[in-house]
Design a protein around this ligand. Structure first.
Ligand code: UGA
Length: 436
């Protein structure tokens, strides 16, 4: 008989994982303490924007394999329990806040059936899995715990979950690995690389991967600073170094840097944990990665000041993009929104457009101006800031846009627009890491 699966925590990771597990043929129950989330998901509605997820969710609910509940008792017959709750940054330190992970484990431990396996997917400080495993065994000695980090990207969550580029399992027994192989049999049939690790290594793989990605982005943004100082062009530099297969061209897009609910908090939590372990020196460089990243936002603000004669008061600035990256409505630690807020605080009249993230952005910053249509947002602008590289913005006609604004100055904070086309249409075009 097919394994029965529970997913604890139905946020970004959990909702996607639950729908994907169901589409792999398992009977899945998603559990969350938030009744609104469960109500929406049960109706086939995804509470955030993720391409393809809502369709998959509806299809799986209709198949009868996927259900949701706020009642933890609903998981008691499941064979595998995935913990997918959030680990946000703590309010008073750089460390991750583990209260949701701990609460999830405590809720399920007494009701897991004998022989079942608890599998952590949340991003956690190294050492958490071993700690949770001891706690679990204290409460219920007939279950085991494994760790199976998730590498999905927002915007590609379904694709990344159904066809991951690797599967990493941290286990302490062959039985746990066998059960996970049963769960991921479809991926194994597709020859997805399978890495068996111990518990701490599996936790470290996740934060190491995110730290590497953050480092790559900050590296190219550091090169952008040097290019600006030396009169070079970082987009050409990135292209040229990217041809070296040892370097690779991905994640070398210079601009306003990384944001979102993962990279920034993960590198900080990693530093905090390394400090606790006495290995703080090893990750000292991540502090620099973080400051290069935050500096990119200030460099855009400096360009704005330069173009508006150092006086932002009453100047109409249009911001294209609020999400931390395209194809997402996630505004957590969004560089675009951070810049918009700082410019507004300096006196500018800011109007923000985003194809999907207006509502979440408005919820966070109700005092800022928002427009649903890109044309209305651009009307009368004295300066345009392109801060999230949605396809819609790349397809804008610079000639048409020029007829809407009052002054044709644009700063491309993502190095994603066609500079030649904008300059040919008569725009003053600025970008990070290129001659301005
Ligand atoms: C990231 C990782 O890429 C996933 O593998 C990981 O599973 C996930 O975090 C997580 O820990 O859950 P995500 O936060 O969805 O995924 O976003 P990314 O695609 O990594 O982009 C992060 C940020 O870097 C965005 O703000 C993006 O605009 C920025 N970025 C990306 C750049 O500034 N330049 C680039 O070249 C690439």
């Amino acid at each position: 008989m097919k394994l029965r699966v529970s997913v604890i925590g139905t946020g970004y990771l959990g909702a996607t994982h639950a729908a994907c597990m169901s589409s792999m043929g398992f009977e899945v129950i998603g559990v969350d303490i938030d009744p609104n989330k469960i109500e929406l998901l049960s109706q086939g509605k995804v509470p955030f924007y993720e391409p393809g997820l809502e369709e998959l969710l509806q299809q799986e609910i209709a198949s009868g394999r996927l259900t949701f509940s706020t009642d933890f008792q609903a998981i008691k017959d499941c064979d595998v329990h995935f913990i997918c709750v959030g680990t946000p940054q703590s309010t008073n330190s750089l460390a991750a806040d583990m209260k949701y992970v701990d609460a999830a484990l405590e809720s399920i431990a007494p009701i897991c059936k004998p022989g079942s396996l608890v599998v952590g997917k949340s991003t956690v400080p190294v050492g958490t899995a071993a700690r949770l495993r001891s706690k679990l065994l204290e409460i219920n000695s007939e279950v085991d715990l494994a760790w199976n980090p998730e590498f999905l990207r927002e915007g590609f969550a379904v694709e990344d979950t159904l066809h991951p580029n690797r599967l990493v399992v941290g286990v302490t027994s062959d039985a746990a690995e066998t059960k996970l192989k049963e769960i991921y049999q479809k991926n194994l049939a597709e020859n997805t690389p399978w890495v068996r690790a111990d518990l701490p290594t599996s936790e470290l793989v996740k934060v190491a991967a995110n730290s590497f990605l953050a480092t790559k982005i900050s590296f190219i943004n550091a090169m952008a600073e040097v290019c600006e100082a030396a009169g070079g062009d970082v987009t050409v530099l990135a292209k040229a170094i990217g041809y070296d297969p040892r370097i690779g061209s991905r994640f070398l897009q210079a601009g306003i840097g990384f944001g979102g609910g993962c990279l920034p908090k993960d590198i900080r939590a990693f530093m905090a944990r390394a400090g606790e372990l006495g290995a703080d020196q090893a990750l000292e460089f991540l502090r620099e990665i973080d400051s290069i990243n935050l500096r990119a936002r200030q460099r855009v603000i400096e360009l704005v000041r330069k173009d508006l004669s150092d006086n932002l008061t009453g100047k109409k600035v249009t911001v294209l993009g609020a999400a931390f990256k395209p194809d997402s409505d996630d505004v957590r630690d969004s560089p675009a929104l951070d810049i918009a807020v700082q410019i507004a605080a300096a006196g500018a009249l800011v109007t923000i457009h985003d194809p999907k993230a207006i509502e979440p952005a408005k919820k966070r910053f109700p005092a800022l101006g928002f427009e649903e249509s890109v044309e209305s947002a651009l009307k009368g602008a004295e300066l345009v800031l392109h801060l999230t590289e949605w396809k819609q913005y790349r397809e804008l006609d610079p000639v048409k846009v020029k007829s809407l604004v009052s002054s044709p100055i644009i700063i491309d904070g993502r190095n994603a627009l066609d500079r030649e086309a904008w300059v040919a249409a008569g725009w003053k075009f600025r970008a990070l890491g290129r001659a301005n």
